[in-house]
Structure formats: C-alpha cells, structure tokens
Design a protein around this ligand. Structure first.
Ligand code: MN
Ligand code: MN
Length: 299
C-alpha cells in the first residue's frame, strides 16, 4: 500500500518548516512566541498541528508546550529542542530539531543528528527495533554521550501519535519488529556522558501543558460536556494544549475543567519530562514509512 497522500502532504510541510524554524527562531524570543509562530506557520502552509509544539530548553526534554503568560526566553547558552508535528485527516508527520547559539553543545547536537542517520540506515535493512536502538546507543557512546533510556520512537496511526510499537534509544533484546506499511518516528535523545540518562516527570505544580481526550461520554455537567465536544470537534484523539482553548473556556476556568475531566478518566495529562540529573538533552526526529523494501522518509 502506498503512503496515503495525507502523510506526504503533512511530511512536506514538516520538512519545509525545519528550515523556516532554523531561520526564524532566535535569542531572545520567548518559548510562547516560538510555539505560536511555529503553529501559525503550519496553518499558513495549509496544515494543522498534530500536537502542541514542544519547546524544550536544556534539561526539559519533552511534553512541554508554553502557556499564556509564560515569559521564559531562550538564551544564547541554551540548547533548544523544537518538537512539532503536522497532520491531515489525522495522518501525522512528527519531527524535531535542536538549535543553539552556543558552541559548547555543537558536538552533542551533531552526534544526535548522526545517531538519527545511523538509526535510519539500520532501519533500511533491519526492521528489528532493538537493532535500531543499538545503533543509536553506539553512536552516542562513541562520542562519550548517553542516550535517554526511557524515551523512544514510536509507530504512528491515524489520530494516534504513539501507536503500538516503540523504537528504543538503547539496545534492548526482544523488541518488536517493524512491518511493511508501518509509519514510525525515530527520535534519539542524547545527553552528557555523566548524566543520569533518563527522564522523570516534572513536579505537577510546574504544570501539565499537554493533554488528550481518551474517553468521550456525557457527564451531565454542561460546561464539561461543552469542553469535551469542543475537543472532539477540533482534535478528536490528538493531543491539545490549554493555550489553544483559553479564549473559549477562560484562562482561569479551563485548568479546573481539565482537572475534573482527568479525575473522571476522560482526559489524560502528559507531565513535562525533565532529564533526571538536570543535564542538557539534544533531540532530532524523523517520521518514515516502510514501503515494500524501501524506507521513505516523510519529514
Ligand atoms: Mn516529536
Ligand atoms: Mn515522536
């Protein structure tokens, strides 16, 4: 089966956006400005964000998308990860780049990029995900770096960012094998050699910024039902961030409604993930598809 053309359209925008990001993101923009600009540019090019744009500074590794009022600025010494996605009809292209104005992270960044290339080269011939992880880990180790062991790449399905299979960033035996027509993202995360090498949840107080609807049912509470209807209409099961809905539901009221939907197990929150020893992390990511015997890079 050929790639649905929606995957190709999403992939083209994600690919073109990489250059746009590297040209347009600069010190001292705020994380909020960057996320809003990335998502506006995706829309300008005719796509929709597949998930809230993640801005990870230094040890902030994944699942952080800035909210209204966030005044955090990127600085000249920061290692900045921008993880973004585009979808058409739920067909997702997921990709990430790391950028910095500091010379001190150049080797870490270049090695992470090479780890992704090494992983892709393995995936072209060997669909065993454990072997892909091994290539990522070996590339990191050869330069004295470590991979983040508890984050991984993943298969993608329509309206599902993390489908069934994981693609580890370390060697792991007995991992699933990628099959023909699987669409998947490979995303090495590398950190310093003396770092812990895994991520932990940031404290809940620091805020959960990414959510998704996991169950759609009536609660009988009008404001909750209105929010569920709105999420379903604009996102289905794709992730969202409160920043997108504050106009309709109110900056003060929305977190309370989301907390109630989480309590009712209808919405899931994804805590911000931070490197456990607070070490800087670099990330590069591509989405690709095994089409017959060839690997097609979509992003
Ligand atoms: Mn991503
Ligand atoms: Mn991903």
């Amino acid at each position: 089966m050929r790639v649905p053309e929606q995957y190709e359209r999403a992939g083209k925008i994600a690919r073109d956006m990489r250059e746009w990001i590297l040209e347009n993101v600069s010190v001292p923009q705020t994380c909020l400005e960057i996320a809003n600009a990335v998502e506006a540019e995706i829309a300008r090019r005719g796509g929709q964000p597949a998930f809230p744009t993640g801005i990870g500074i230094n040890a902030v590794t994944a699942h952080y998308s800035p909210q209204e009022g966030d005044q955090t600025r990127i600085g000249g010494d920061d290692l900045v990860k921008i993880d973004y996605g585009v979808h058409f009809d739920g067909y997702i292209a997921d990709t990430a780049v790391t950028t910095t104005e500091s010379p001190r992270y150049q080797v870490l960044m270049e090695t992470t990029k090479r780890a992704l290339e090494a992983a892709i080269n393995v995936a072209k011939k060997d669909p065993r995900t454990g072997e892909i992880g091994k290539a990522i880990e070996a590339t990191a180790r050869a330069e004295g770096f470590k991979t983040i062991s508890n984050l991984s790449g993943h298969t993608l399905e329509q309206y599902t960012v993390h489908a069934g299979k994981s693609i580890p960033n370390v060697y792991a035996p007995n991992q699933p094998t990628l099959k023909r027509d699987d669409v998947f993202a490979i995303e090495p995360f590398l950190t310093l050699g003396d770092a812990a090498g895994y991520v932990v949840d940031a404290p809940r107080e620091s805020g959960v910024t990414i959510f998704s609807l996991i169950m759609r049912k009536r609660t009988g509470v009008k404001e909750l039902d209105d929010l569920v209807d709105h999420i379903w209409n604009v996102r289905k099961s794709l992730p969202f961030t409160p920043r997108w809905f504050t106009k309709q539901f109110g900056l003060e009221r929305l977190p309370k409604l989301l907390a109630e939907l989480e309590r009712r197990r209808m919405v899931r929150g994804y805590p911000t993930l931070v490197e456990a020893s607070n070490a800087p992390v670099a990330q590069f990511e591509h989405t690709m598809k095994l089409e017959g015997n060839s690997l097609v890079i979509l992003t």
